[in-house]
Design a protein around this ligand. Structure first.
Ligand SMILES: [Zn+2]
Length: 442
């Protein structure tokens, strides 16, 4: 080892040290996960010589790719909602990686990205994902919530949220039955899952990963993704992420862009992230790209309107704002000429902003990661408009050693214990569509 690389790894050791300001029990867990993540134990499945891969009632031969229609409901009558599941079964041993899109039917970045991934640019002989050379198995489901997607809705036809009913029950309500089938057939047999989302209606997200960093496999995936912003959190109650983690399945939720909207940058970032995870797990060849620095956030703050009216955001998601900076203005059709400003209470990185202009006093308009330590590093990643442009948004992201990545811990807690807890229903769907158990994570 050269002197300079010695210095680098020493530096890395101190920068990945888990902060003393985290609650002690949490700190211990994340530290342990970091250690386990450095030397992943691998899945027992990954040691076996590959043979036929069974999915639901179908079989996929070694070194082949096959698309199966998997019915979300087992019925004789009515629409069983057959979703398209493509299984790429490699000819070398390796883990099972599952990729999900549109668990919320109106979040379209997942269907777009996973459809690209299945195209000839990425899949097939001599492409990055070549069944002949693949180690392990990939299952790709571009649209999980098929009825919601057809209706351009986040929800199921019974008005419930598929990502709040897991692990579900075969005797429960419609959404619960579907959650049970998805969990049992698609998620349970996986070692790792990437679940692609966007912000819920009325807001937009800077591309970000959400993962329980105390779970070793999820910690490994979150870092391997090669993204700047990682939110350390448990999945909401009833989410596939929470149920999967309880079974030691690695699970990360990607969030980028907004519902019912396209966003080429958010699609690019998740495509690179998925390939990075495959490379880090040695499923495909090549070196993963990595960001200059990553923020590991354990909490956040909210920027709220103090007046009601029509909101005009002045700062987009991704912008680094100063304490006291005007992030939005509010006008009121009842009082032409009057204008109110919305001020950031703290310096930091805006990770989500409102897109719905209708606000009342107290409504959240921005979600911010307060940045104190590591400010210089964050600033070095901003463009001339003081916006963090995620690695991979435009063009191939660079390759760098893991030891060259700076890690910045963002202390704090999540409002009401959930990453999106501050949004609640101000920008959500009509109350008639919100089930009683609804939590706000998108
Ligand atoms: Zn979602």
């Amino acid at each position: 080892m050269s002197d300079s690389s010695k210095r680098k790894s020493a530096k890395n050791k101190s920068s990945t040290k888990v902060s003393n300001q985290l609650p002690r029990s949490r700190r211990k867990k994340v530290e342990q996960a970091l250690e386990d993540g450095v030397n992943p134990k691998g899945s027992p499945r990954s040691k076996k010589k590959p043979k036929i891969h069974r999915f639901a009632r179908s079989r996929v031969k070694v070194g082949t790719m096959r698309t199966i229609r998997f019915p979300l409901l087992e019925t004789e009558m009515g629409d069983p909602w057959p979703v398209r599941v493509t299984v790429i079964h490699g000819s070398k041993p390796g883990p099972v990686l599952t990729l999900l899109g549109a668990v919320h039917g109106d979040e379209l970045i997942g269907p777009m990205a996973l459809t690209h991934l299945l195209g000839t640019q990425f899949c097939g002989p001599d492409r990055p994902i070549d069944p002949e050379n693949l180690a392990g198995t990939i299952r790709i489901v571009p649209v999980v919530n098929l009825p919601g997607y057809r209706m351009r809705s986040r929800y199921f036809p019974d008005g419930r949220d598929l990502n709040r009913e897991s692990p579900g029950s075969s005797k429960g309500n419609t959404t619960s039955r579907v959650a049970q089938r998805v969990f049992k057939n698609i998620i349970k047999g996986s070692d790792y899952v990437v679940d692609v989302h966007t912000a819920a209606r009325g807001r937009t997200n800077l591309p970000q990963i959400r993962a329980d960093l105390a779970d070793p496999a999820s910690n490994l995936m979150a870092r391997a993704f090669g993204i700047e912003v990682i939110l350390d959190s448990l999945g909401p109650r009833g989410s596939f992420r929470r149920s999967a983690n309880e079974m030691d399945i690695g699970y990360v939720t990607y969030e980028g862009g907004g519902a019912n909207a396209s966003d080429a940058g958010a699609v690019q970032v998740v495509l690179y992230g998925i390939l990075n995870i495959m490379r880090s797990l040695s499923m495909i060849s090549g070196n993963p790209s990595r960001p200059q620095a990553r923020l590991l956030a354990h909490g956040s703050q909210w920027i709220r309107a103090d007046e009601g009216g029509l909101l005009d955001m002045r700062t987009p998601a991704g912008r680094f704002v100063e304490e006291g900076e005007i992030v939005a203005t509010i006008t009121d059709p009842e009082r032409p000429g009057a204008i109110a400003t919305v001020i950031s209470p703290v310096q930091g990185l805006l990770i989500c902003t409102a897109t719905n202009p209708y606000v009342n006093s107290g409504a959240p308009v921005g979600h911010i990661l307060p940045i104190h330590r590591g400010r210089k590093t964050v600033e070095s990643m901003l463009n001339e408009d003081r916006i963090l442009v995620p690695s991979g948004t435009d063009g191939d992201p660079p390759w760098r050693e893991e030891t060259e990545v700076d890690e910045i811990q963002v202390e704090g807690e999540w409002f009401e214990g959930s990453v999106d807890g501050g949004w609640h229903s101000e920008h959500g769907p009509p109350m008639s569509q919100v089930s009683a158990e609804e939590e706000a994570e998108s």
